[in-house]
Design a protein around this ligand. Structure first.
Ligand SMILES: [Zn+2]
Length: 314
């Protein structure tokens, strides 16, 4: 037998990229889909089986060809998507800041009471409509320049409920902080969210302004939080198979035909201007370092080996 070489893909910091772990989770996920009789199960299993990379001049790998299943819960695709979204978002935020140097960033989290499987999807749809309404309230829209939002779902394994909450990064004019006609306190945000959602209870709302002077890291953290996974794979890939099957089924239904991330106002315009609208392409993750010069001929092909449970260089 020919000795095979295990594939590794290192970041510039020397950390191996988690291809193997995500592919293993992808296989568990496709197994669940098969047990739940989803037709896409066989396709999901093929996701990222053969990876073709080109070598950069400094010896790093850049993915240039593979097939991704693009299923929302696929751990491999979710990893690529969150990398791409966070890289795009950072470019958009930098450009927004360049255009409006005095603008300020706020990080807003909106949630509602936990739901159960049959009410999860309607609740998410209701939140989508309510947040749109919230942004149109006079006091909110007055100083709002742009926003980006994503919905995250967490699973409570104790009682089988779900919590859905929205992460929103707001970009406001500096006037937002001037006087009670402009400034919106946490209590006021809560009042508005309750009104937009027509709730008969006080929802959990959190708002944090990102300080303009030490903003760089806070902003990056905020961007990563907004762009990260909608659901952590650790919530549906555990050692309890029965529970995983129920959760996977619920989440598949809830997330179908929804967007992972959406941009509004100035952020939407900038996204268009920077031509970052190719969200289906999970090969190019819009990493700003990805303009590194590529070598012409050196191609590395990594292939998944089902028996040995790892990627090997072919
Ligand atoms: Zn996939």
């Amino acid at each position: 037998m020919i000795e095979q070489q295990v594939f590794t893909d290192l970041t510039k910091n020397g950390k191996p990229r988690p291809w193997r772990r995500n592919k293993l989770d992808n296989l568990t996920y496709s197994e669940y889909l098969l047990m739940l009789h989803y037709r896409k199960a066989a396709k999901v299993k093929e996701c990222g089986n053969v990876l073709r990379f080109k070598k950069t001049k400094d010896g790093f790998l850049k993915l240039y060809q593979t097939w991704f299943c693009k299923s929302r819960l696929c751990p491999l695709c979710a990893w690529r998507r969150s990398m791409k979204n966070s890289n795009q978002l950072i470019q958009i935020l930098n450009e927004a800041h360049r255009e409006y140097p005095k603008g300020r960033f706020l990080f807003l989290t909106l949630s509602t009471k936990n739901t159960y499987s049959d009410t999860l999807k309607p609740e998410m749809q209701k939140m989508g409509r309510a947040v749109y309404k919230l942004f149109q309230y006079k006091k909110v829209s007055r100083n709002l320049l742009g926003y980006v939002r994503s919905t995250e779902i967490t699973v409570n394994h104790d009682d089988g409920s779900y919590n859905q909450h929205m992460h929103i990064l707001l970009f406001v004019s500096s006037r937002y902080f001037k006087g009670s006609d402009n400034y919106i306190s946490q209590a006021e945000w809560t009042k508005y969210w309750r009104k937009a959602m027509k709730l008969d209870y006080q929802p959990m709302v959190n708002v944090e302004a990102i300080h303009p002077h030490k903003s760089k890291n806070d902003l990056l953290a905020g961007a990563k939080e907004t762009a990260k996974y909608q659901v952590k794979s650790a919530d549906y890939i555990t050692d309890n198979e029965q529970q995983d099957l129920r959760v996977t089924d619920d989440l598949e239904q809830a997330l179908s035909h929804t967007r992972a991330i959406s941009y509004g106002k100035l952020f939407k315009t900038i996204r268009k201007k920077l031509q970052l609208e190719n969200e289906d392409d999970l090969i190019n993750t819009d990493d700003q370092n990805s303009n590194d010069e590529l070598t012409d001929s050196e191609v590395v092909v990594a292939k998944w080996n089902y028996e040995l449970q790892n990627y090997f260089i072919r």
